[in-house]
Ligand binder design. Structure first.
Ligand SMILES: *Cc1c(COP(=O)(O)O)cnc(C)c1O
Length: 399
């Protein structure tokens, strides 16, 4: 993402960034309180954030980590994924969803997508499971905050005795069957990266109802030490004593980050309402244009609207997706592309010998997709600016 120096531009030409975090006075005061407290790393604030998160989602365990990638990694680690194992995920996602499979020396099996939802095509799951040995886990990714069909995924996982780890990096506070994402699979990973629906700068959370998985993650997130630093300093064992039971990682969340998370979480529904309102304005304004609009949530369910992804109808346009992005940029509006399918990325392509046409739906969407700004700090005037720019560019270049 390109960040512009806004001060260097006149007010009318001010560049509208693709994304901006929404940090309020309460977040700032909490961070200052933490800085003055003398306790910066994992401690009371992190525990408070975890407790509030578990209560919101309605799960037994929430474990805070320093990234969503760490959350995905430790979820798979807790399931005992290792060499020889295969893990199914979507080809249409950020590389973090798949790289964690390689961290554990297991192999990903990529599946193509449903081009309406951008989520993995559930119809391809069974075929992939039957055609491969040692499939252990499915990682559905709720792209943009649109829930995957968890009923069908869980039914298939159950039939083949597979585990399900949900990549919910986009899916707070998405619901499926009126329950928050986090209540369906065996473990669910969230991201609080700077552009996500709530942020701690960098951070993540993994939730589960399974006490054994939670205990393993608790250990592995801090060097394989069998209790947290916090416990070490509050338990009645000698302060210097700890036990290393595994070669763990350094993935714990700091209290500085958790200070942001506590207040961001309080605002999660307000944030969603604001983004949903922008999505509605876009959808109303983009009728009858040469583009495909994103699908909305099922009735009674919530879409987090982390991303608003349009697909240009290239058959009706004289410009490419890349040219559209250039024109938007000339009008001072930041956009992005989610995602470059993994089979086009050099590492994944070369390791598995992929051809670009191996995942035709993902390729089709990728060539047409653009993400528009959709964040809580956007003013009505800025939303209107985006709408006017999209309408103008598409009308000017319509066949
Ligand atoms: C952002 C993201 C992640 C990783 O989250 P980090 O907190 O940046 O590590 C994982 N999966 C998807 C789909 C993401 O968009």
């Amino acid at each position: 993402m390109v960040l512009y120096n806004q001060n260097s531009m006149s007010k009318s030409k001010k560049f509208l960034p693709f994304a901006l975090p929404d940090i309020g006075e309460e977040e700032i005061a909490e961070v200052v309180d933490t800085l003055k407290s003398g306790w910066l790393t994992t401690g009371r604030k992190t525990m408070q954030f975890e407790k509030a998160f578990a209560e919101l989602i309605g799960v037994k365990h929430a474990l805070a980590l320093n990234s969503g990638t760490a959350a995905l990694h430790l979820a798979l680690e807790a399931l005992g994924v290792g060499p020889e194992d295969k893990v199914i995920t979507s080809v249409y996602t950020f590389t973090a969803s798949a790289e964690i499979i390689r961290y554990l020396e297991a192999e990903p099996l990529f599946v193509d997508i449903n081009p309406e939802t951008f989520n993995l095509d559930v119809n391809l799951l069974e075929k992939t499971i039957r055609e491969n040995q040692n499939v252990k886990v499915i990682i559905p990714v709720h792209i943009a905050g649109q829930a995957c069909d968890m009923n069908r995924i869980l039914e298939i996982a159950d039939r083949y005795s597979l585990k399900v780890v949900e990549d919910a990096a986009h899916a707070l506070p998405t619901t499926f069957d009126q329950k928050f994402i986090g209540n369906h699979g065996d473990l669910t990973a969230y991201s609080f990266y700077a552009t996500k629906t709530i942020t701690t700068g960098e951070g993540g959370m993994v939730v589960t109802d399974n006490g054994q998985y939670a205990e393993r993650i608790r250990t592995m997130r801090l060097h394989g030490i069998n209790s947290d630093v916090f416990d070490r300093y509050t338990s009645d064992k000698p302060k210097w004593y700890y036990e290393v039971v595994a070669p763990g990682f350094k993935y714990n969340m700091t209290d500085v980050a958790a200070s942001l998370g506590i207040h961001q979480l309080n605002r999660v529904h307000d944030f969603q309402k604001k983004r949903a309102s922008i999505a509605r304005q876009y959808t109303d304004a983009f009728q009858n244009l040469p583009l495909k609009l994103p699908v909305v949530a099922r009735p009674a369910d919530t879409h987090s609207w982390h991303l608003y992804m349009i697909q240009l109808d290239l058959d009706q346009l004289t410009i490419s997706r890349d040219q559209f992005i250039e024109f938007m940029s000339e009008k001072g509006i930041g956009t992005s592309v989610h995602f470059i399918p993994l089979h086009l990325q050099p590492y994944w392509r070369d390791r598995y010998g992929f051809d670009s046409k191996d995942f035709p739906k993902a390729l089709h969407v990728f060539e047409r997709v653009v993400s528009l700004p959709i964040y809580t700090r956007m003013t009505d005037e800025q939303v209107d600016r985006v709408i006017a720019a999209v309408r103008k560019i598409l009308s000017n270049h319509r066949i």
